[in-house]
Every structure is written in structure tokens, then in C-alpha cells.
Design a protein around this ligand. Sequence first.
Ligand code: UDX
Length: 445
Amino acid sequence: MDICVVGTGYVGLVTGTCFAEKGNKVCCVDIDEERVAKLKGGVCPIYEPGLGELIEKNVRAGRLSFSTDIKDGLDGTQLCFIAVGTPPADDGRADLAQVLAAVDGIASALTHSCRIVVKSTVPVGTGTLLCRRIKNHLRERGMEKIDLEVLSNPEFLKEGMAIEDCLHPDRVVIGAASEEARAVMRELYLPFADESRIIFMDPASAEITKYAANTMLAARISFMNEIAQLCDRVGADVLSVKRGMASDRRIGEFFLDAGCGYGGSCFPKDVQALCCIGEAQGLDMTMASAVGKVNRKQKQQLHMMMRVRFGAEMEGLTAAIMGLSFKPRTDDMREAPSRTLIHGLLNCGASVRAYDPIAMAEAKKLLPSVVKYAPDVETLLSGADCAAIVTEWQEFKDADWQRLGALMKRKIVFDGRNICDPCRMRSLGFEYYCIGRNMTPKGRG
Ligand code: UDX
């Protein structure tokens, strides 16, 4: 198939490349000239394991190309995917400016019938709105004969696992009204997923599915974070509770890890946007808003623990931050819990030193300039008063704490991801604190 993908951000680039990998001819279009130039020069502009190699392979095979001109992308295409960003506006709603600009570009260049597929996460009803908007443009151009349908095909890619998720999806959700459109999408996705895993529905349901799925996953995390708080109060262990719960097949084991809160480009934004969508319909959205509220509080947890432990000593303290990205295998710092912690520490007068295997370049753009960066864990911990594990990178899971402890000024660790073995840490002489395991500081400061 001939496919155009508008937007070479994370979703567009991964999706377009994977379509090409399955033998389709794909043109990825972006207005960002620098980005397109990079891609044409074989440079992958984002960090995602395996993506650079896959782009190179498909460009070489002549199946994947890049352009800043939407006309190149639309030339002969049957399907045009929209995969531009929908960042949160000030009021929490999804900002559709980039989506609208993309469809306006398409509408002004389209010369043949085409199906527009929305991959961007958009509020319910956006498909209908876009269809009307494009048809108006076409009418103005005297091209109302062009047959047009707007479909919804939300993405469920996890950063760091995006290629795998895209090539082998759990399911593909497609919101399409016509049987013809469904047939085209079925043909496109059959090389990726079993027929039984391609789920067809109306576009509005597909649009809600994306928000509902992400909010459900975020809810599981917030729920466990609340249970972790309770465990700390009553002397229970959230890991045991998780094991006991997860063995019920109806509950399952995924997304039940308590920690220092969820971040990233999707969960916080989608939970908030779902609240806005429901509230606009006169609903309270009690559950969804509680999910966001619990998470905002949880992101303060490490800082609160440090304040209890150090009290007035916070000023002048050197805190070593292990991990900056919102999760491992990505350099994405959006809504990362590390940011909440670092701001809290700086406000209390502490000195902050940080290390992340991948995200430091990104962090330097976003964090206050007083934050210092270490080239490795050893340098990070040398002379530090305490360490805070914020991202569960494998490198930190494998850390040799005996060696690292000897470098620290004080052997105090706050483990925001529960990755260390408390018994071992204690046997090595560490003062060790973590989340929901009855190991919180009791105000020694
Ligand atoms: C998420 C969805 O999983 C994906 O389907 C959607 O398309 C985009 O949003 P992503 O944001 O890449 O993907 O990350 P994910 O792996 O889902 O983790 C989100 C956050 O939740 C991270 O901050 C992670 O640390 C946190 N998390 C995850 C927990 O705190 N506990 C868990 O048990 C799982």
C-alpha cells in the first residue's frame, strides 16, 4: 500500500517505519525542515531502541522516504495517517492546533479520494469535526467530488518498547464507519496482528478507547500507590500485597508496581483530558480525577521522605539523583517524577547532582542550571549525603552497592522504585528507605 504519515514525532516515525518494514511504501511528512533533513541524512531524531536501524534498512530498501511537502506524501496514497502531537492546553484539554494544521495542509493538497486516519490522541468527536473541515476546504477548491472518510486508529506504543509494540500489537483498534475503510485497514494490519486482534468499532468509541485504556492503566498504578501509603502506615509490604492480588487472573500482574508516581507524555495528559471530556458532558469524572490527584501527591513522596529524614539538614545537603527519564529505555523527561523531586530539593536549599544513562542531554534543557551532572554512578555517589533512585534503569538494578556505598559520605538510599533488596542494603550498612514496605523515615532529622 502507499501510505502517508503526517508527523515524524515518536508515534509517526515508529508507525511509518513499521508500516514500511511490512512492505508498504511510506512517506513521512513533517513541517520541521531540520528534522526531515536529519532523517534524510540517516539520523534518527529521537531515542528509541532499534528505531534508527529500522529506518536505515527501510530507506535503503526504497520503502521509506521523508519530505516537508505534503504533496509528496499524498501522491498516490490510499491512506494518510495523522500522527502529530496533542499536548495539553492550559485548561487540561488536548490542544488540537497541530492536528488542525495537518488536516488543513492535507485538504489544500488533496487531488484524489483518500482515507484520513487519526493516530494522534484526540477528544471524542474530533474525527467528525475534521471530516467537516476537510470537506469545506475541498468545496472551496471546487473538489467536492473527492471521496473522503476520517478514521480513528489510536496508538498504544510504550516508549522504549515501541517497535515491538508496533510490530506485534496486543490489539489494533479501528474506528471506521464504512465497510470499505474497514477492509483497507484489515489488509494493512493483517501482517501485524491476527484477525481476532483487529477490533472494529465506530470512530467515537475508538477515540474513547484510547483515553479509557490509558486511564485504566494509570488507575492501577495510583491505586497501588495509595495501597503503598496504607502499607507504610500499618506495617505491611506492598510487594506481598501485589503478589497476593496479581495471582487472581482477573487482576493480573501488570501495572501494579507502586513507586514515586507515573510520568511520561501520555498518562498524565490523557487522564486529565478524559476528565475534561467528561466534565464537558456534565459528568463528575470522580474516578479519573482521583487517579490524577493521587499521582500528583505520589510524585512528592521521595521529597517528603527526605524532608522527614533530614529536617533542617536539607540545606546544604548533597543529594544524588539516580535516573531522570520518566521510565527506563527512554530519554523522555515529560512529567518525570525526577523533576518534581529536584525542584523540591532545590527549594529546600539542597545541592542536586544527577546521572541518567540516556536522558542527561534532555535534562540539561529542562532542569534549573544549578543541577550538576555526573558522567557515571561512581562519580554521582562520591561524597553524596544520600541517593534517590527515581528511574529503574537496569544499570541501577545491577549496582554493586558495597562498592558504591564506600564512595558515599553517608550511606543513605531512598529507593523510589523498590529495586533494591532491603536485607542486603541493611547488611551493607545502608540506611535504606523505599515505597510501601514499612521502610520510611520516622523523623530522625
Ligand atoms: C503509555 C501506555 O502504556 C501506552 O499504551 C500508551 O500508548 C502511551 O502511554 P508510556 O508512557 O510509554 O506508555 O509508558 P508506560 O510503560 O506505560 O509507563 C508509564 C508510567 O507509569 C511510567 O512513569 C512508569 O514508571 C509508571 N509505572 C508503570 C508505574 O509507576 N508502575 C507500574 O506498575 C507501571
